[in-house]
Ligand binder design. Structure first.
Ligand code: SAH
Ligand code: SF4
Length: 387
């Protein structure tokens, strides 16, 4: 389907960012085998890699000199060759509701976002998987951003490490964590960057490190059908599907990837998701767009579509952005829609918008910062012209 292939310009995605010009190679993002190999290169046995793993991922230590279970000479040798750096934070914003958002700059200058959402019984970090996104969902601001590249595993794990630093949550606590859950719902389509996402999540799940269990991790996809089964079999994380429509006609427009993997094919992959049970349901995300997908008839059609799938439905009030082609449904419409889904036995919470005052919604802060820089440029050019 050529029309659809052009929607997914995979060649436009750089696999790796250019290396930092003068920076030392960073150990964050290495898995156990790579860490062991890095140490073997400087003549160290495998058990040292286990100790180093503990310092990096359990203790969050950034200074080799403080890694006191390692010999002094080894600490010095490591400091000469490696770093345990974090991404640069260019903005650190806290909302009045406690939501915190970090705008992070990668080595190549591109910017990504991570958002921490504290709740009574948990704290969730929303993690990005790509700079921008090649999929052009019509209601999504990230999809309008031109520059796209895959994040490396280091950059994905780096978001979690940075959040732990900022929340003061090292060593990795067992209970009552401020960062207890992860959702791959930031910028980008995680299943278009599966290898790096899988590597990063395996590091995050490792019991002797950051140790966030697969039950507390949710990966959201717009429906990359061929990768869904592997994701479940290999990672066993919770799955969220950005459904947003009940007919192919409407979904083709909202989520253009639907033209390649239509609703029936997507739901079929969901039915076969490894580990699916009533205790481990798939979340179906449904953004509420006024007059587009929010009628009672569509709520009833949604219930029929989900029949036989252990599911919950997450109704998301549309978060409008400047120039967006849609509006959010009214509270009453969302309520009616939710009641119908609920009455059919599906939990259907309405996602409360969080952090609106700090532009916490996907892709907004990064665009804001780009706008700012553009404004700076205009001011500079104007000043130069006046001189
Ligand atoms: N690319 C993945 C994950 C990132 S988007 C995906 O699409 O699933 C995370 C969720 O936010 C998705 O359900 C997405 O459809 C939704 N979303 C994107 N823009 C939104 C907006 N402006 N308002 C409300 N939800 C939005
Ligand atoms: Fe990409 Fe997800 Fe946004 Fe669609 S909703 S453009 S898949 S980030």
């Amino acid at each position: 389907m050529p029309a659809v292939q052009s929607l997914v310009p995979e060649t436009a995605i750089l696999e790796r960012p250019p290396a930092a010009p003068a920076g030392l190679p960073c150990l964050v993002g290495l898995d156990r085998a790579e860490l062991t190999a890095a140490l073997a290169e400087i003549g160290q046995p495998a058990f040292r890699a286990r100790q180093l793993w503990h310092w990096i991922y359990h203790r969050g230590e950034q200074d080799f000199a403080q890694m006191t279970t390692l010999a002094k000479e080894l600490r010095a040798a490591l400091a000469e060759r490696f770093s345990v750096a974090r991404p640069d934070v260019t903005k650190d914003l806290q909302s009045i509701d406690g939501t915190r958002k970090w705008l992070l700059r990668c080595d190549d200058g591109s910017e990504i976002e991570a958002v921490h959402i504290p709740e009574e019984d948990r704290g969730t970090l929303c993690v990005s998987s790509q700079v921008g996104c090649t999929l052009t969902c019509r209601f999504c601001h990230t999809g309008t951003q031109k520059l796209v590249r895959n994040l490396t595993a280091a950059e994905i794990v780096g978001q979690v490490m940075l959040a732990r630093d900022k929340l003061g949550e090292w060593p990795s606590p067992k209970d009552e964590r401020l960062l207890s859950n992860i959702v791959m719902m930031g910028m980008g389509e995680p299943l278009y960057n599966y290898d790096a996402v899988a590597k990063a999540l395996k590091i995050v799940m490792d019991h002797e490190g950051i140790a966030i269990s697969k039950r507390r991790i949710t990966l959201s996809t717009s429906g990359v059908v061929p990768m869904i089964e592997q994701c479940g079999a290999e990672l066993g994380v919770n799955l969220a599907i950005s459904l947003h429509a009940v007919t192919d006609e409407v979904r083709d427009v909202l989520v253009p990837l639907n033209r390649k993997y239509p609703i029936a094919m997507l739901l079929d992959a969901c039915r076969r998701y490894p580990g699916l049970s009533n205790a481990r349901r798939i979340t179906f995300e449904y953004v509420m767009l006024k007059g587009v997908n929010d009628s009672p008839a569509e709520a009833r059609a949604l219930v029929r579509l989900l029949e036989g799938i252990p599911a919950k439905v997450n109704l998301i009030p549309f978060n409008a952005w400047p120039g967006a082609p849609y509006e959010c449904s009214s509270a009453a419409t969302i309520q009616t829609f939710g009641d119908i889904v609920n009455a059919a036995g599906y939990a259907s919470p309405v996602r409360t918008p969080r952090g609106r005052d700090i532009l916490a919604a996907c892709g907004q802060l990064r665009s804001e910062s780009q706008k700012e820089r553009a404004a700076d440029r205009v001011r500079r050019l104007a000043a130069e012209a006046m001189a």
